[in-house]
Design a protein around this ligand. Structure first.
Ligand SMILES: [Zn+2]
Length: 218
């Protein structure tokens, strides 16, 4: 089995989602990404090698809430998330309890995943007036031109990446810039779909912004 490369997986997990992924709540207009999208992303990018565990469920009928603590594990690291749901009761009996537990559980898992910055690049645009516009997080809005891995002490920016183009009879070793470019293509699994710039299939190339493509077009 292919070894799980934590840094690389996290980088892919944080990559932008396709346009239209972010939705807006009916009630308060807040932007969000549906849980299924998060799960699908993590499932795919880790090759099912992740885990979620419910650590604690508290159902408090007198105070009208459900609290769930969930733990998500990817490779050697785990993150905990906490989720709440309000419950209404009728004559001392909670209403729709199973639904509410599910809701709190989903929120807890989403919060745990959120700490890996999944979906931040997508949500930042919708939260420009809030956290997305914060100068410290501006790199999220311009993340296409500022790869986050540069800040990663575990990775040297100038290390030559040993990835070779899989196009028939090509096999050329990708430059670091080409490798990073592949990481910007939504839904492209970089661990399998490795192409030098020339051989990136057109339908993938079209998903790249002109600014990203510019350095490669000579
Ligand atoms: Zn090639």
């Amino acid at each position: 089995m292919e070894e799980l490369n934590y840094q690389e997986i996290i980088e892919r997990i944080k990559a932008r989602f396709p346009a239209g992924t972010v939705q807006q709540r009916q009630d308060n207009g807040r932007a969000y990404i549906p849980n299924q999208v998060y799960t699908d992303r993590v499932e795919r990018e880790t090759g099912s090698r992740w885990d979620r565990e419910i650590r604690d469920v508290e159902i408090n009928v007198p105070h009208g809430y459900v609290k769930v603590i969930a733990r998500v594990t990817i490779g050697p690291h785990y993150r905990d998330g906490i989720g709440f749901a309000e419950i209404a009761s009728e004559g001392g009996k909670p209403k729709q309890l199973a639904n509410k537990v599910d809701q709190a559980m989903n929120e807890a898992v989403r919060e745990a995943l959120d700490s890996w910055q999944i979906g931040w690049r997508d949500l930042a645009t919708f939260n420009r007036n809030d956290w997305g516009g914060n100068p410290a997080l501006r790199h999220l809005l311009h993340s296409d031109s500022a790869p986050l891995e540069r800040n990663d002490p575990g990775l040297q920016p100038n290390v030559v990446v040993d990835h070779c183009c899989i196009f028939t009879n090509c096999g050329v070793q990708l430059s670091r810039a080409e490798w990073e470019l592949l990481g910007k293509i939504p839904n492209l699994n970089r661990s399998k779909m490795i192409f030098c710039y020339k051989h990136i299939p057109d339908h993938y190339k079209r998903k790249l912004s002109p600014e990203d493509r510019e350095p490669f077009v000579k």
